[in-house]
Design a protein around this ligand. Structure first.
Ligand SMILES: Cc1cc2nc3c(=O)[nH]c(=O)nc-3n(C[C@H](O)[C@H](O)[C@H](O)COP(=O)(O)O)c2cc1C
Length: 435
């Protein structure tokens, strides 16, 4: 099989001088960093990872793309960012068509956010959409992202073996799975090859370092050295070579990256680009409430905790009052886990939900509700996903441009008189775990 012609992507062209002459491209090149190509575009080697719920929407993704990187809109429950869509769907509970109406509102919101990102980007960089495989609306969100003109669809939290089928009519949209070890990459590539398509890039996310849901079966596995970039990246490159894959499949390393030196080290290992989550979540342009950013920016290493989420996957977050209380009473909640008549939020966000399905080995809280509280900056009630690593600017909230200057050029611009990251006082609140 001629693997180079499987996706009908435009042949790589030399980047035009205007693109390469923009200061960030010059800075990256002077630092010894390489650009990379995706879907016919020449990109800076920095990707902003998708962050739900509503944390990375059109504003953040567009700001990153406008500077020449890849920005990612998180697809899940975006109606929360649109007062008209939220007002018409937030109180649907027992209506028989609640789920259809909420899904429709979320698809409208996703389209709006993709257009917003593209409007801000003005043709620069790339705008991707992140969809979790574990979502019940996974296929709907992927189809909407394709129809709304996303440059790439990025899928994590499960193996997206069916993605090439869903995207069959969109050969120019880049398809990017998120995986954490070489075995997963091998399995996925073998299955996709049979469908006549290869990934356009692969995100290798390190479960010991990244934020949100993590690609390991158990919390105890998170430290396994098989996930270390030093192991995974060369193993994946070796697999591509032995499998005779001629087309270069870019690898994007994610988790704990905070400096130009990290990017240089990862490019030397064989990565084309890096993906950051937490550092972008604390930028001015991030779509969440300022209080959300302050919780992440002020978290100390000892505030971080790993636990099993309601999706059945390990996850990493800041031990805020709600999470602290939840973890303390988790054994009691598990002891009384039972199948619920309906989903707490009426739209069954997850295909398999520990709370709704009464699965005691999974988490026992409503993830959409808790992440929604975090998005709104409710420090007492929210669930605040965060990576384990240091942030480039400590607890400062800076612009996307400052972050890019730091990552690509190692230069830290003076802080403007922008928002200061005041310490957070956690207020005691009653525990809310859902229905
Ligand atoms: C607040 C937050 C929410 C996240 N949500 C998602 C998500 O919805 N889907 C996903 O694939 N990854 C998600 N992630 C992971 C990020 O996209 C990224 O890969 C990871 O955080 C990289 O590690 P870093 O935070 O150390 O840079 C999330 C991360 C954070 C911090």
């Amino acid at each position: 099989m001629d693997k180079s012609s499987q996706t009908d992507l435009p042949m790589p062209q030399a980047p035009d001088q205007d693109t390469l002459n923009t200061p960030l491209y010059r800075l990256a090149s002077a630092s010894g960093l390489k650009t990379w190509r995706l879907a016919g575009r020449e990109l800076l080697p920095v990707v902003q990872g998708g962050m739900g719920v509503g944390v990375s929407a059109g504003g953040l993704a567009g700001a990153v793309a406008a500077l020449g990187g890849m920005g990612t809109v998180s697809s899940v429950d975006l109606r929360r960012l649109h007062p008209d869509l939220w007002a018409s769907t937030a109180d649907l509970e027992k209506e028989p068509d609640a789920r259809e109406r909420i899904d429709a509102a979320n698809l409208t919101a996703l389209d709006r956010e993709i257009q917003r990102a593209k409007g801000i980007a003005q043709g620069q960089g790339a705008v991707a959409v992140n969809v979790m495989k574990a979502l019940s609306a996974y296929e709907m969100y992927v189809r909407q992202a394709l129809e709304s003109g996303a440059d790439a669809v990025v899928v994590g939290a499960g193996l997206p073996l069916d993605l090439p089928d869903i995207a069959r009519d969109h050969p120019r949209t880049a398809l990017i799975p998120i995986l954490s070890d070489a075995r997963g990459v091998q399995l996925l590539v073998r299955k996709w090859e049979k469908k006549g398509r290869l990934p356009d890039a692969v995100v290798i996310e390190h479960p010991r370092l990244a934020g949100g849901h993590l690609g390991a079966a158990k919390v105890a596995d998170l430290q396994d050295p098989r996930f270390d970039f030093e192991n995974v990246i060369p193993q994946v490159r070796a697999f591509f070579q032995t499998a005779g894959i001629e087309r270069e499949i870019p690898l994007i390393a994610a988790g704990g990256i905070s400096s130009r030196e990290d990017i240089l080290r990862l490019q030397a290992l064989g990565a084309s680009a890096v993906q950051l989550g937490t550092a972008f979540a604390v930028t001015l342009e991030c779509d969440a409430d300022p209080a959300f950013k302050r919780v992440l920016a002020n978290a100390r290493p000892e505030d971080m905790v790993e636990f099993i989420s309601v999706a059945g996957l390990p996850a990493r977050a800041v031990r805020t009052p709600w999470l602290d209380k939840y973890l303390r009473i988790e054994p009691k909640l598990k002891a009384v886990a039972h199948v619920k008549k309906r989903c707490n939020m009426a739209f069954d966000c997850l295909a398999h939900c520990g709370l709704r399905d009464g699965q005691a080995e999974m988490g026992q809280f409503c993830i959409d509700q808790q992440l929604g509280h975090a998005l709104d900056g409710d420090v007492g009630k929210g669930l605040y996903f965060r990576g384990a690593g240091r942030l480039p600017f400590g607890n400062q909230i800076r612009s996307v441009h400052d972050l890019m200057l730091w990552l690509l050029g190692g230069c830290e611009p003076p802080q403007l008189e922008v928002e200061r990251s005041a310490p957070i006082a956690f207020a005691a609140t009653p525990l809310e775990v859902g229905a």
